[in-house]
Write a protein that binds this ligand. Structure first.
Ligand code: AOS
Ligand code: ZN
Ligand code: ZN
Length: 386
């Protein structure tokens, strides 16, 4: 059996990054539901993120999204975060919201639009310099809706050219994480639709370019843990955007739809030696109908539970069964770990770290929700797409 002290140490050391946009209002393309007490500024988003970290102890960084979190002074924002025990994490670029990007951003047939998109990506690296962020997260909505609409080959050339320019601009301690998504908003051909395309570009670029796996960005039935295992083996897994999906890119709480899949992914992470600083474990979610801060706390806990179960897999028993060709025995080792109730173990890890054993209860008792509802009136609520 795995050594319990080692398991606990790994759980205590785990870090999960929360996204600034999860704290703001969000919705579907049909409706954004406003919630009382939602942050009005990037600083207020950090105030909320500090609560998540205070109660979980494992969420010390916040991903920013530019322009949704645009401020005049990013170094001051980083200092504000530091005063609250936080750091600023990945910078998420946005080349999907302007009218100019209707036919694509870096793959647009118009060179002027491509220049504009590249300018934004380079500006994001300037912001990283000011915030001290390590990772630039690139998600491109670029693609086409109809066969023949544009030249698939040429679009890859344009993408490669832009990525190379961004890569050149990265500092020694900075990385670019390229995200893929199989469809939406483009419905015929997306320019970075799968891990293979992202991997091919990253491989050509060099070691500072890594693939990011958004768990919601695959066709139903895709074996995501296989992709994780392969990318880890190739040292090209840069991070995760965790969320759950039932249908498409639902952005529901990670571990809500399929905790078994999350466990299988975390098992491959543990097996591949990926449970360290090299991989960014980020949430990419929107809480449209549920209270946001508790939903983020719950999501962090769901990742912790899947990680704990993955760490509890008896590696020796599993290997022995695998090598002996014991199909049912090997499967049973994995299922035993998955079926373990790890909540008492995690409560112990939290208590040992000086935290309340139940982060959800601690948040409820803190009075923060009542405080923000009373305090944050007026102004414009920051939100998804705002
Ligand atoms: C979009 O579907 C992606 O998941 C991106 O990670 C996106 O940048 C993120 O949702 C913030 O807009
Ligand atoms: Zn994502
Ligand atoms: Zn997504």
């Amino acid at each position: 059996m795995p050594d319990l002290a080692t398991v606990k140490a790994a759980l205590a050391a785990q870090r999960i990054e929360t996204p600034s946009w999860a704290y703001g209002n969000s919705g579907t393309r049909f409706k954004v539901f406003a919630q009382p007490g939602v942050p009005r500024t990037p600083r207020e988003k950090l105030d909320d993120a500090a609560r998540v970290h205070e109660h979980t102890g494992v969420a010390p960084t916040v991903a920013l999204h530019i322009p949704w979190d645009r401020v005049d002074d990013y170094a001051a924002l980083a200092a504000y975060a530091r005063e609250r025990g936080l750091g600023l994490g990945a910078i998420n670029s946005n080349v999907f919201q302007d009218d100019d990007y209707k036919l694509g951003s870096v793959t647009n047939p118009d060179p002027a639009v491509r220049r504009k998109a590249l300018g934004h990506l380079l500006e994001c690296v300037d912001i990283m310099d000011a915030t001290g962020s390590r990772d630039l997260k690139l998600w491109f909505s670029d693609g086409t809706n109809y066969p023949g609409q544009d030249d698939l080959h040429a679009r890859q050339d344009r993408l490669a050219e832009a990525l190379a320019a961004v890569y050149e601009r990265l500092g020694d301690d900075q990385r670019m994480l390229l995200e893929y998504k199989f469809f939406e908003p483009a419905f015929y051909a997306t320019d970075v639709p799968d891990w293979g395309t992202a991997y091919a570009h990253c491989l050509k670029l060099g070691p500072k370019a890594q693939v990011v796996v958004d768990t919601g960005h695959h066709a139903p039935g895709t074996n995501i843990e296989f992709i994780v295992a392969l990318l880890l083996r190739e040292r090209k897994l840069g991070g995760f955007d965790f969320n759950s999906r039932f249908y498409a890119d639902d952005d529901l709480m990670v571990g809500a739809a399929d905790p078994f899949q999350l466990f299988r992914i975390m098992y491959e992470v543990v097996r591949g030696g990926g449970l360290g600083d090299e991989i960014a474990f980020m949430l990419d979610q929107c809480h449209n109908i549920e209270a946001k801060i508790p939903a983020i706390i719950r999501s962090v806990m769901n990742v912790q539970e899947a990680t704990a179960k993955a760490l509890l897999v008896d590696a020796k028993a599993l290997r022995d069964a695998q090598l002996a060709g014991d199909v049912l025995g090997a499967n049973a080792v994995l299922m035993d770990a998955f079926n373990t109730d790890v909540r008492p173990l995690l409560a112990e890890v939290r208590t040992e770290a000086g935290l309340h054993p139940d982060p959800m209860a601690a948040y409820r008792a803190s009075g923060w929700q009542e405080h923000i509802v009373a305090d944050r009136v007026g102004g414009t609520q920051a939100g998804w797409g705002a």
